[in-house]
Design a protein around this ligand. Sequence first.
Ligand code: ADP
Ligand code: MG
Length: 255
Amino acid sequence: LDKDDPVLKTRGLEKAFGGLVATDDVSIEIERGTITGMIGPNGAGKSTLFNLISGFYEADAGSVFVNQTDVSDMTPPERAHEGLVRTFQTPRRLEGMSVREAMLVGPGPQTGESIFPLFFSADDVTREERANLEQAEELLERFEISHLIDQPSTDLSGGQLKLVELARAFTTNPDILLLDEPVAGVNPTLANDIKRFIRELNEEGQTFLIIEHDMPFIMDLADPIIVLDQGRVLMEGSPKEVRTDDRVIEAYLGG
Ligand code: ADP
Ligand code: MG
């Protein structure tokens, strides 16, 4: 593993829905150790690109590389094994599970479709749980939610659920973590906590790619920022470059 290699790279990604081109020749590289932001007006293709990168959608054309490995033909769980893990904009209720159990089965389903555990069958969970309990407890502590460990997930607030999702994503030590709107619908206090957690983890080397509508949040946290518009990369730059770019202003005003 070469530290200078991009942790994530796409080449010529394409995706159309009927006649609508949602992802149009997208080639990006995410440098290891960065918090890279992804912004763009509604319908710009941000979520579609995340779905292509994580393998939730099949691309019409193009490739995805994780640590220089071509993962284009891999399933979402296989991509997670290669080091690429995502969270969803709307965390699913962790059906029937307590927070402890949710932590022990690892990140939420990488397809977003079912609650079926990603890495272990239901039987394996029992076998693996002792080995992972300590790590699960550490992660919950780090996200300041260790008091919730015995809570049924149905009792969690939306914000608490987001934190559990974040903690679960780290149970596999991802090389790159994709967050889809981590502070959408989250109160300002908790949003600040999430910002602090992301910063701390980044200072320890964790790479992030983050879609976020909350401009002050993402401008404060991320560098560089990739701007998408109408399925294409409009520009990439520092928060300051993005803020002052006429094309970006126009894309938002025109959208
Ligand atoms: P963003 O996340 O930037 O708001 P999306 O990636 O969700 O944008 O959507 C980009 C475009 O693709 C939109 O026009 C949207 O309606 C369309 N789109 C996204 N997903 C689907 C889908 N599953 N079926 C049909 N059209 C879709
Ligand atoms: Mg979206």
